[in-house]
Structure formats: structure tokens, C-alpha cells
Design a protein around this ligand. Structure first.
Ligand code: GAL
Length: 570
């Protein structure tokens, strides 16, 4: 990995906020001369040729697209990313290719990436397959069409670009993750079933529901409370409402049942919050829902927020949080701060939106004081591998959620395709969604606006039990995969192209993924029937459920279950 500096980079960038940044320079084959750099009145522009057969993956949680070749992306933070233009809950200015290299752009700006423009006169003609007979040709890209990638970084007068090389995309991505300090240390209980309760329930009703689930043999590991637990939720007071008359007793009852408790919140701090006046001077110049926006880039705001959370919540026995609304919900209905905001740290609104997730997560980890967690968050950004926070979305297309699973591994982020009870959806939807979740990093059932359990309404408790028990069985394997993520940077969920980078068939497969070391998962999308085509790469594979050998290549499957295969040998 090698860092190339162009112009004068900005002072406030993701690497500056990355506590365990671990940059060790090594020689790379990629020549600096490939880049051309210029400053413009609107920022700076970097350009480099890309190979004619170059496929481009990554850029964060892209729910709408897999291979970005030929596209324009603008890496805006957006809580409602319905357009296929780069906007996302979690933009990451890092891409990887099938050509042995990837690049990380160290910026908190909403950068624009044009992934394959044709430059007038810039073509470097090296005939495909021709042997290079001098170093210029050796290092030049096979680029008969003259295609370039053009990257615009708004406002900045320069940029640091980290070029990372490796034989497979997994090799490249793991180096990017280790640059940030490696994956998180995740507890086994965090990988069990997380059930988020109806916002209208009180402490008694929740305990009643837990006992009923236990009697029915439905596995459960974490209980999530939604907005109803605060005296005021939008903005937040972080104080218990009268639905929880004795919070300590409630938490103790949860603990007695061997469960963990996770609290919903966002960072916009209501005037009634105990620490409001203390944190107000370390906040931005706009309010959201009447609450201040703490500047977690300052040590003061982080300390005030973390101290309160530790004293009043973590010390009660809370060991998880759901950090909502930190993903620029401005597009939804003025639910966030504008880009021209100013923060005491010197960040502007655009930069703070890009960094909000990681800084908020860092603050909550300070509050947890070393206690392990697997929590949730709705925004993440660059160099986020060390954070034990899983992304989720209010969007709900099952196909897009599956693409999210295939895409998460490229960018050092975690993603759950959560199941949410919706009146309009069917029993089949419930089961297909849960099948997908069993083989994802976090099994999240979100019933925040449903006064009941989905399996009761859909009359499918037996199927649900079977799936959740299967999840329990997978936890040691998933924990081992997370340990590898922590130690080696290899993500627990990976698109096929990450491990099989030489296999061109994998370049378009965005509805299958590798789960842990040796499983291949090919979920069936709710509402599409029971059939699909599955691609199995080279190697020796068996059906995960029957142990029957299966051949590599494309196969047609027809099942009410989820197709999963186990690799016996590469
Ligand atoms: C949304 C969130 C949902 C739920 C809801 C509660 O922003 O995505 O999962 O928590 O808020 O109001």
C-alpha cells in the first residue's frame, strides 16, 4: 500500500479521526505517472486511465448497483437513497477492481466518481494480450478505448490517495480494513436474535412477550427498545418515560433471563436532556427537532455525551444502542442539519455528515468503556472496519437488501437486511426475509410499529423457530469469521468476486455471497416463487443441509428453503 499526495489535502479527513490508523508503506507497482491532478475553483480533480476490462466495486453501502463501471456516483449521505446515483446511508470513497488494485481517497467531502469516461486523445494503445517489452508498457493499462476514471473532490485543494494492491479483491479489502485497525471485537451474544419491540409497549408487556417466546422455544438474545422509552424522542431526552417506572428493575429482569438490552436513540439533544446546556456550546449552529447537534469531533462533546450514557444507561446494564437518524434525513423532511452548517471543530455540514456515524459510534464506545457490543447505526463512512455497528435502512426492497449483503464486504462496513413487520406483507415474505437474515451478520427483527409478533399473525411459529435455531447453530462459525475480520481484515460476508476475482462469471453476481469462511448463500427473494439460478465457483462443494456433492457452474434450484452450499476444498 502506498499513499500518494496531490496538492494540499484538507486538515479534517477520515484518517485524522481514525484512532488506530495503521499505515505501513510498501512498494506498489502502480505508477504515480498514471495520475493527472488539477485544482479548479470548485475543488480538485484526479484522473487516471482504467483498463478496458476493469470492473469496479465498492463505494460503501450501494443498494442499487454492484459493478460501477461506466457510472457516475456522488457520495452523498442520504437516509432515503432511492436513486441509483451513489447516494447512500454509508458512502465510502474506496473502490476495488478485478485488476489487482483498489484506491482509498481520504476525504469527508461528497466526492464524485466518474467510472469510465472517454478522454479525448488520452488513449494508451497497448494491444490486449500483447507482451510488454519495456517498463512503460508493462505498467501501462490496456486501454484502447481511452477510458479514464475522473474523481472530483469538492472544496479541497488536494487529496491523499492510498493505492492498495493484491491478487484478489479480498486481499485488497483486507489491507484497507487493517489500515483502519481491523474489524471489531464482537461478542457471541451480539450475533443472536435481536428483537425490537413495539414502541407502545411498557416494561411489563415486554417481559410478558419474552416469557412467551421462551415458552414457544423461539431463541432470543437481545431486546431492543424503540422511541417509547424516552420522555421525549424527537429530539431525545435520554430519560426513561413512565412506561418504565423502575428502569433498574426492568434491566435486571432482562439480564436474569440471560438477555441483553439495546436502546434506540439519535444524537439530537432535547432541551430537557440533563446534559443539554453543557453540550450546547460544543454543538452545530442549527437545531434538529428543537435539539442541538453535538459536535462529536470535539473531545468535550464526546466526553459529555459518553459520561451521561455511561452513568445513566450503561451502568444500569445496557450494552447496545441503535443510533438512528445520523444519515442526513434532510431529504426526508428537514430532519437534519444543512450542508452549510458550522461546527466548533471546524468541520462544515458536508464533512460532518460524512463523519457523523463513525464519530457517534466512537462516543458510544467510550460510554461502553471496553464492554463488547454489536450495535446498530444508520450512517457509516470511511475507515469504519473497527466499529461494532451494523447498518440498517428504512427502505425495504428485499432485492436491494440482498444486494446490500453482497456489497457490504467491499467497504469495511456491516449491514443487516432487517425483517420488519408490515401489514401488507405475507407469511412467505416473513420466511424468505428471515432465511436471508440467518446468513447475515446481524439477525434483526424490527417490530417497532407492530403490537404483536409476526409469527403469530402469519401463523408460522414452527418455521420461524427452525430458522432461528439454525442461526444459533451458526454463531460459533460467525464468531470465528468476525475474529478473522478483527485480526486479518477479511470481512465475514463477501461477494463471490472478492474471493474468486479471476472468475469473470462472478463480476455480475449481486444476489449470492460467501458467509464466513466456507459457505455460499443464494437466497430466494420474497414474492418471486421458489426458483432461481445459482452460480457455484470452481472447487469441491456440498449442499449445506444434505451434504450431497454439487457441481460447480450454474444450476437451477427450486426450494421453499434457502440454497446454501459448503466448500469442502478450493
Ligand atoms: C426510524 C428507524 C426505524 C424505527 C423508527 C422509530 O428512523 O429507521 O427502524 O426505529 O425510526 O421511530
Amino acid at each position: 500500500m502506498k499513499k500518494f499526495t496531490f496538492g494540499t489535502p484538507e486538515k479534517l479527513t477520515p484518517s485524522g479521526f481514525c484512532d488506530n490508523l495503521n499505515y505501513v508503506e510498501t512498494a506498489v507497482k502502480y505508477p504515480r505517472e498514471n495520475f493527472s491532478f488539477k485544482k479548479t475553483p470548485a475543488g480538485c480533480v484526479l484522473e487516471f486511465p482504467i483498463e478496458d476490462d476493469c470492473h469496479i466495486f465498492g463505494f460503501g453501502l450501494q443498494l442499487k448497483q454492484f459493478d460501477h463501471r461506466g457510472r457516475k456516483l456522488r457520495l452523498d449521505v442520504n437516509a432515503d437513497p432511492v436513486t441509483n446515483n451513489g447516494e447512500t446511508h454509508a458512502p465510502v470513497p474506496f473502490f476495488v477492481t478485478n485488476k489487482g488494485y483498489g484506491m482509498y481517497f481520504d476525504t469527508a467531502r461528497y466526492a464524485e466518481f466518474y467510472c469510465g469516461k472517454q478522454k479525448n486523445g488520452a488513449s494508451r494503445k497497448i494491444s490486449a494480450g500483447g507482451a510488454a517489452d519495456n517498463t512503460d508498457e508493462l505498467y501501462a493499462v490496456r486501454n484502447e478505448s481511452g477510458a479514464v476514471m475522473t474523481v472530483k473532490i469538492p472544496a479541497a485543494e488536494g487529496i491523499d490517495v492510498y493505492v492498495i494492491e493484491g491478487d484478489t479483491i479480498t486481499d485488497i479489502v483486507s489491507q484497507y480494513n487493517m489500515l483502519a485497525g481491523g474489524g471489531p471485537d464482537v461478542p457471541e451474544w451480539g450475533l443472536g436474535v435481536l428483537y425490537r419491540c413495539y414502541t407502545g409497549w411498557n416494561s411489563d408487556k415486554i417481559l410478558e412477550m419474552i416469557d412467551k417466546m421462551r415458552d414457544e422455544g423461539i431463541p432470543l438474545s437481545i431486546i431492543g427498545l424503540e422511541p417509547g422509552w424516552h420522555t421525549h424522542a424527537y429530539s431525545c431526552t435520554y430519560k426513561w418515560s413512565d412506561k418504565y417506572p423502575d428502569p433498574q428493575k426492568f434491566v435486571d429482569e432482562i439480564r436474569k433471563r440471560g438477555l441483553h438490552l439495546n436502546l434506540w436513540e439519535h444524537a439530537f439533544t432535547h432541551p430537557d436532556a440533563d446534559f443539554h446546556d453543557e453540550i450546547a456550546p460544543y454543538s452545530g449552529d442549527y437545531l434538529v427537532w428543537g435539539g442541538v447537534v453535538p459536535d462529536f469531533a470535539t473531545n468535550e462533546a464526546r466526553k459529555i455525551f459518553a459520561d451521561y450514557h455511561r452513568d445513566k444507561l450503561v451502568n444500569l446494564g445496557i450494552d447496545g444502542f441503535k443510533l438512528d437518524e445520523c444519515d442526513s434525513s434532510d431529504n426526508t423532511g428537514s430532519w437534519s442539519f444543512p450542508l452549510p452548517s458550522e461546527f466548533p471543530s471546524g468541520l462544515d455540514g458536508e464533512q460532518y455528515h460524512s463523519l457523523f456515524g463513525t464519530l457517534y459510534a466512537k462516543t458510544i464506545l467510550d460510554a461502553l468503556g471496553g464492554q463488547a457490543t454489536l450495535s446498530e447505526i444508520r450512517q457509516m463512512g470511511a475507515l469504519a472496519a473497527p466499529y461494532p455497528f451494523v447498518l440498517y435502512s428504512d427502505l425495504y426492497d428485499h432485492r436491494d437488501f440482498i444486494r446490500g449483503c453482497a456489497n457490504m464486504g467491499f467497504s469495511g462496513i456491516l449491514w443487516t437486511p432487517e425483517y420488519k413487520y408490515r401489514e401488507s406483507e405475507s407469511r412467505e415474505d416473513c420466511i424468505r426475509r428471515l432465511q436471508t437474515l440467518v446468513f447475515s451478520v446481524q439477525l434483526l427483527v424490527n417490530c417497532w410499529y407492530f403490537d404483536g409478533t409476526p409469527w403469530e399473525i402469519h401463523n408460522c411459529a414452527d418455521e420461524v423457530r427452525e430458522l432461528l435455531v439454525l442461526r444459533q447453530k451458526l454463531i460459533p462459525r460467525l464468531k470465528a469469521a468476525f475474529d478473522r475480520y478483527r485480526d486479518e481484515g477479511i470481512p465475514p460476508v463477501r461477494a463471490l468476486v472478492m474471493d474468486y476475482t479471476d472468475d469473470a462469471e462472478t463480476y455480475k453476481i449481486d444476489d449470492e455471497w460467501l458467509f464466513c469462511d466456507d459457505l455460499l448463500v443464494a437466497p430466494i427473494i420474497a414474492g418471486t416463487g421458489d426458483e432461481r439460478e445459482v452460480y457455484i465457483p470452481a472447487g469441491e462443494w456440498v449442499d449445506y443441509f444434505t451434504d450431497e456433492p454439487v457441481e460447480s457452474g450454474w444450476r437451477h434450484v427450486n426450494t421453499k428453503g434457502i440454497p446454501v452450499y459448503r466448500r469442502v476444498r478450493r
